[in-house]
Ligand binder design. Structure first.
Ligand code: NDP
Length: 510
């Protein structure tokens, strides 16, 4: 059973920012706020430790990561208890979306890093490089700074550290001040798994600590709000430090008249309310074709009404947990109030639930439109606004009427049509008859378009971003002077002109 007692004790981690259990309102720990000077020291020790970590190679690094994978499965109850205590989420949300993710990710990156970062032998058609050895290699950047949000302390904060470590970098993780305990526990996991000293460190603190981290590292992996992401990129520009940004979303769900309505309704309820709706790729708004609108709304409302909310008392005890971040409660409520003031109806929920702890009732809104913030801004809570549309084209136009472009979904029995429509949704990932599960396939790139981000996690890009690409050209057999070298000679120049026409100028063009 999840209990706060199993979380790291306050005195073990010093004094400073209080960490609260959002489901009870109790302070469960305090963490230090690292100053800019302290962050600089961490970066210096990470820089000193990194070359040896890079030098031991993929196999040895993989060994450490596989031990960490085992540690996660052996200690899953302790990790779940820590996550539940600092986020207020359900046992299942911690188990499925965090423990299973981390356990899979350790193994995936241990296995795939050597393949995805192997030297690539390149062939070129250009006659000037014929016979030469051409190689592209991926070298770790050095020290990676990962700055994470509070909604998934293991998956979204720590998860991005795994490929960075597998690539041979040292990593400093700045978790959200609201949920730092899981990151500290993962430092213990890596120590126990034999990771050399200072290769992974946690910089606890607030936004200023995160900002200071940007100045010293060689790559910044940021997950959080679009507003903070812009600040991160601005700060990183000062040192020309590359960034990966995984930002907010307003994922649309398009339900066509021929959809399997029972599955679509179950998915709408689950993928909008799991983790209390605090999922970047949560279904945040739904567009339903008119002929099935009433039936769909009735089904979803019944399912949402049946959800059990509260403090987790272990597996199966509740469906929807707490709101983790105090200001988020006001944002959720303001979106609902704004919608109601403009004519929306609340079919269930619609209020801050009584404490102790921070809860917002699972909410279904109808009669909504794009004048309302619940349809245009990221709500990041257990709310689901549903809008009736005339047809698929109207749904698509509204789905794309957003500054965000993280994910989306289309629901129809005609999967060919669904895929065609999916290709027109302006988002980094679009599912047909599904949502969110793409995140579990670590082979699939995941990243946002528009203001939802820059770059991708997972897939080849999810590890190559932590490296610098180096091109090697090796000339083994050559004369003392190549024909194009000085001194320029008329005859050679004319020959090169002929060669250019021969290679690229032959044949007719349309
Ligand atoms: P924030 O942007 O508020 O914070 C993210 C992190 O940045 C925190 O660790 C925060 O520290 C830190 N930070 C704050 N200010 C600065 C600064 N000036 N420089 C550097 N770091 C800073 O996001 P939330 O924690 O509120 O997370 C929720 C958001 O994350 C939502 O928008 C959600 O969509 C998005 N998200 C996106 C995902 C994706 O994959 N696209 C996945 C998960 C979440 P502190 O908390 O201590 O202030």
């Amino acid at each position: 059973m999840a209990s706060v007692e199993q979380a790291p004790a306050a005195e073990q981690i010093g004094t400073g920012i209080p960490v609260e259990n959002p489901a009870t309102g109790e302070t469960i720990a305090t963490i230090p706020t690292l100053s800019g000077a302290e962050v600089k020291e961490l970066v210096a020790s990470a820089r000193a430790a990194q070359p040896a970590w890079e030098a031991i190679g993929f196999e040895e690094r993989g060994r450490v990561l596989r031990r960490a994978q085992k540690w996660v499965t052996d200690n899953s109850e302790r990790i779940i208890a820590t996550i539940v205590s600092e986020t207020g989420k359900t046992y299942e949300d911690a188990q499925l979306a965090e423990i299973m993710y981390a356990a899979a990710a350790f193994g995936f990156w241990a296995k795939e890093a050597p393949n995805l970062l192997a030297d690539e032998s390149i062939k070129s058609a250009n006659p000037l490089v014929k016979g030469k050895k051409l190689v592209v290699r991926y070298r770790p950047v050095g020290v990676v700074g990962v700055i994470g949000p509070w909604n998934f302390p293991l998956t979204n904060s720590f998860g991005d550290c795994i490929p960075a470590l597998a690539a041979g970098n040292a990593v400093i993780l700045k978790p959200s001040e609201v949920t730092p305990l899981t990151s500290l526990l993962m430092a213990e996991c890596l120590r126990a798994s034999g990771l050399p000293e200072d290769v992974f460190q946690v910089a606890t603190g607030d936004g200023a600590t995160g900002a200071a981290l940007i100045d010293g590292v060689d790559f910044v992996m940021f997950t959080g709000s679009t507003k903070t992401g812009q600040k991160v990129m601005e700060r990183a520009a000062k040192t020309l430090t590359p960034v990966g940004l995984e930002l907010g979303g307003k994922d649309p769900m398009i339900v066509l008249a021929d959809a399997e309505l029972e599955r679509a309704a179950n998915a709408a309820a689950y993928y909008s309310m799991n983790n209390g709706g605090q999922v970047c790729i949560s279904i945040e708004r739904v567009y339903v074709e008119a002929p099935v609108y009433d039936q769909f709304v009735a089904k979803v409302t019944d399912k949402v009404k049946a959800l059990r909310q509260g403090r987790s008392a272990g597996p199966g005890s509740i469906d929807v947990g707490a709101v983790t971040f105090p200001p988020q409660l006001d944002i959720i409520d303001s979106h609902v109030r704004d919608a109601v003031a403009k004519g929306a109806r609340v079919l269930t929920g619609g209020r801050v639930a009584p404490g102790p702890g921070m809860f917002y009732e699972p909410t279904v809104l109808v009669d909504v439109d794009h004048t309302m913030s619940c349809m245009t801004e990221e709500t990041f809570g257990p709310t689901l606004p549903i809008m009736k549309v005339a047809d698929a084209e109207e749904a698509l136009r509204l789905a794309n009427d957003s500054p965000y472009g993280l994910q989306g979904s289309v629901w129809t029995k005609d999967v060919r049509r669904g895929e065609q429509l999916a290709r027109r949704v302006e988002a980094g990932t679009v599912c047909v008859n599904d949502a969110q599960v793409n995140y579990t396939a670590l082979e699939l790139p995941m990243g946002g378009w528009k203001t939802s981000g820059l770059g991708t996690r997972h897939g080849a890009g999810g590890i190559r971003k932590y490296t610098q690409q180096q091109t090697l050209l090796v000339t083994r057999f050559a004369g003392k002077r190549d024909p194009h070298m000085f001194p320029y000679k008329k005859r050679t120049t004319q020959l090169l002109g002929k060669l250019t026409r021969l290679l690229y100028g032959r044949g007719k063009r349309d």
